[in-house]
Ligand binder design. Sequence first.
Ligand code: ARG
Length: 455
Amino acid sequence: MMKKAAKSEKTGKTAKTAKAAKTTKTEAVKAGKAVKAAPAAKAAQRDKVVLAYSGGLDTSVAIPWLVEQGYDVVTMTADVGQQADNMPEINEKAIKTGAVSAHMLDLREEMIENYIWPGLKANALYEGIYPLNSAYSRPLIAQALIYIAQLEDAVAIAHGCTGKGQDQVRIEVCANALDPSIKVIAPVRDWHMSREQELEYAERHKVPVPITRQSPYSLDDNLWGRSCECGVLEDPWNKPPKDAYGLTVDPLEAPNKPAVAEITFDKGIPVALDGKKMKPIKIIDALNKLAGAHGVGRIDLVENRLVGFKSREVYECPAAVTLITAHKALESITLTKDVMREKSGLEKKFSELAYEGYWFSPLMQAIQAFVDKTQEVVSGTVRVRLYKGSAVVEGMKSVNAIYRHDLATYSEGDAFDHSASAGFIKVWGLPIKTWTQAHVKGKVVLSVKDSHLKP
Ligand code: ARG
């Protein structure tokens, strides 16, 4: 599929020195350019592995570890909108740590188009609550790893997930679905090192250890939200401390004056905010800031993990919660009752498939095709009030609305045929009435009885 140009480019031929590779985050990310290590005189060509690299301790230690397993390491860093201040130097750091080349991909728009928007159209919330922010980035990272593996002619990909999470499942199941010929290696799962041993290994292999203070939590974030687990959160009785949050203010400390966001959708996708057409990324950024400042999007959930146990995670998804709320409202005036009911069952399935690593499954594709069909009429504008942690719909309108005032009104202009109801009720209630007539001898025993009579 994607074997092209770089395929014939044997390591070293077009090599740049690591020094010449200094670029800003935007430059590096936009150009998607690879940074390559200075050529080393090598006896034999070694197999390449593409490592998903964040620059943190685990994936940094994974570089020399993979080299020890006999691989040349190529790194792939994905920009999915995470708050990371190490992005500008990350490729260079990978090379310093022993990678033969380092790639960075700007996947923010890709993530919105092909993961976040399909999720929004499906109102996807795992177990009815979690907007799947972390879950969406994994199939995308798997795809990026496979892309670089094909570009670099690598035989394997590697990730820094532990053996306990579901991210390992998602990345591996998705990678195998995209290119079954590429092997997957999970260094952190395989090396059986404690944190102390890992630090000692890092020192021995001269791996630059991140100097930032180790967070008491395990964090993961992107455009669609932030996930925070571990530490004191592991006891579900504990209230999440202030430092567990990073995107939202405490609703109790949110402004006393509400904010209002007017979101315009075209075929299920947000296209404008407060009447101004905006790029998707701008809409999400703006809503994360605005809704976050009003304490909207805090979610505290004990969820059922795919790997069999329950875990507690604190999420912050201000834009996601606001947009899903608005989108559902718009569907309420544009979709028929039967489509809404059928869709809601499939929305649940969609969320489970996304959560459980089945992003590239035929069922997911079929559900997305159904959802896309439903969204053809989901265009219009929704007004949402953001106030002390809540996102409440205040108004909605659509040129495709099947809400009809003349049918709904109890006032002047009522066009509903009241007389039709009598016959309708006769037929609608017929099966139950027939049942009573067939099975109940005498009178139905009522639970409302004499003792309920007020003296
Ligand atoms: N529990 C979420 C999921 O499985 C988030 C996983 C990543 N969370 C983290 N804090 N590192 O989708």
